[in-house]
Design a protein around this ligand. Structure first.
Ligand SMILES: [Zn+2]
Length: 375
């Protein structure tokens, strides 16, 4: 039942170091595997590397097909969350899974997506069924804020539907919506003073930050809105009243109005706490990415569903909480959904990949290619 080729591709890619902005080795390996399929491909690398401060661009490829059939896009990303680069994968055939040796992440996010795309193309090649153009956008710097897909050259792509193979859980899930995310940097300026000699002359920026945070709701603000302040920096010594604190936080919501209401509240509470203490607070919000919602009756969901049903699976649409390249594809008119590839415990040392789900995922890619050429 296992497909040795997709598993060995997966293992080889996991063993190849990859980091955000340093995806060179894995990009080269992926491209050589892609070319090794012997398809009549157009393949290139864009200039995203320079734009994101890295050494590798997005890999963009096209397998030309029947001109009457609909072109479709598949995507996965090359980089991984922070890791020491020497990932050791352990295949547990009996347990139907691949895990790391427990010291690092596994990197199934997103080697599973890369391997599934290769496998799907291989199956489509061997299946000999008619297909339209199959385009690939293999991105860099995804884990540091979807930076590669942000600067992808969308003018080169013909597809109006896309499938991003980068989601946890068993194959069959279609991620058809995800929230807007904003990040904030808050800077609080108080006044430094000697804490023992003249504490009354100081204004403690740490206290101002604490005051503001303690008055703000945080975490799950509603079923569709979350927030977190995750980084705080400031202070020099215990005997100096702290004059400068920087905080970084984020908020995500499926509703623009709820998100903006929270952004407003953060500004209000930081302003109030600063005013009370005689400090100043400045907030700099940045829009990381916009929400998307690909409706159930849209083509991308229909094609994914048809492909998954072709494998006897029951497709289900789910909401994604995190960032994914599909956000930028959707913002550029390529109606895109995420597809689960069968990994779990992502971004942790416990990360694992189901082998049977990996095989299913490669088959799903081929089925979607087939489905897109059925009228
Ligand atoms: Zn990912």
């Amino acid at each position: 039942m296992t497909s040795p080729q997709i598993l060995s591709d997966f293992l080889e890619m996991v063993a190849t170091p990859s980091h955000s902005r340093d995806e060179r080795a894995l990009a080269d390996l992926f491209m050589s595997k892609l070319l090794g399929l012997g398809l009549d491909l157009e393949i290139g690398e864009d200039g995203a590397g320079g734009l994101v401060g890295g050494n590798t661009g997005n890999v963009v490829a096209r397998w030309p097909g029947e001109p009457w059939a609909e072109p479709i896009l598949f995507s996965a990303h090359l980089d991984r969350v922070a890791n020491p680069g020497n990932i050791v994968a352990i295949v547990d055939e009996g347990g139907d899974r691949v895990v790391s040796d427990g010291r690092t992440i596994l990197g199934a996010d997103d080697a599973s997506g890369l391997a599934a795309i290769l496998d799907g193309l291989r199956r489509a090649r061997d299946g000999g069924f008619p297909h339209g153009d199959v385009e690939l956008a293999i991105t860099v710097a995804e884990e540091v804020g979807l930076k590669g897909s942000r600067c992808l050259n969308y003018g080169r792509l013909r597809s109006r539907v896309g499938f991003v193979l980068d989601s946890s859980g068993p194959v069959g899930s279609i991620v058809n919506r995800a929230p807007t995310q904003k990040t904030v940097e808050a800077v609080i300026r108080g006044r430094s003073s000697h804490a023992g000699m003249a504490p009354e002359e100081g204004i403690n920026a740490i206290r101002v930050a604490a005051m503001a945070l303690s008055r703000l709701p945080e975490g799950r603000l509603s079923p569709i809105t979350t927030s977190n302040f995750g980084v705080i920096e400031g202070g020099k010594a215990t005997n100096i009243v702290c004059d400068l604190v920087r905080l970084r936080g984020e908020a995500r919501s499926h509703d623009q109005g709820e998100l903006e209401a929270y952004v407003g509240l953060v500004g209000q509470e930081f302003g109030r706490a600063a005013l009370e203490a005689g400090a100043t607070a400045s907030l700099d919000w940045e829009l990381e990415y916009e929400a998307f919602h690909v409706k159930e009756d849209e083509r991308a969901v229909a094609l994914a569903s048809r492909g998954l049903k072709g494998l006897g699976l029951e497709p289900r649409t789910v909401t994604g909480g995190g960032g994914m390249d599909a956000k930028h594809f959707n913002a550029h008119g390529i109606r895109s959904v995420g597809l689960s590839t069968g990994y779990k415990f992502v971004h942790t040392e416990k990360e694992e990949q189901s082998i049977s789900e990996l095989v299913l995922c490669g088959r799903a890619v081929a089925e979607i290619i087939k489905a897109a050429a059925i009228r």
